[in-house]
Write a protein that binds this ligand. Sequence first.
Ligand code: IMP
Length: 203
Amino acid sequence: MTARRIFAGPKLVLATHNKGKVREVADLLAPWGFEVVSAGALGLPEPDETEDSFLGNARIKALAASRASGLPALADDSGFSVAALDGAPGVRTADWAETPTGRDYAMAMGKVEKLARHAPDRRAWFSCALVLAWPDGHTEGFLGEAHGRWVWPPRGTNGFGYDPMFVPDGHDQTFGEMAPAAKHAISHRAAAFAKLRTSLPPR
Ligand code: IMP
């Protein structure tokens, strides 16, 4: 087994064009004092996400950004999975919300309910993959999951995406009802980031 490669800085590309995500990841990385620049700010192209796993798609994005910039890059991919739907929408989570006029998550949640309503198995989970890539093609991947069940009707106006229909294990509120800090403490992103820390210098 090869040793885990540590990212020691100083400069890191965040392989996302979404300003909200750049801010969120930059905040998480703040204690390390890295110089963080987004793929969007560098004008890097967005590759097609052609893999059938979160880690696979995050790897495509991280490698593309790293090769194009000549710098180490960090990419993420995330989504919502329903046990009774064999893990769908999964890597297609954002696509299920797509409409000609933008993303509609009330509609996307309705699709999940319509397809899964007769199945007794209500388990569901969020996944977040983070992949660090270096210009020589080396990658390190980290997968975080938050397990729970889906509920209907959706509840709560906090959060985003599929949050209002997901109740994490050990809780009664949906991610959409929980205070943001409470969600962030147990989320799939927090779990993935905790693993990513093993490839960063101690802090
Ligand atoms: P991407 O990672 O930007 O490709 O998008 C992932 C999809 O999963 C989007 O449709 C998000 O709304 C959804 N998603 C990812 N994380 C969360 C979450 O924490 N809560 C609700 N929806 C999420």
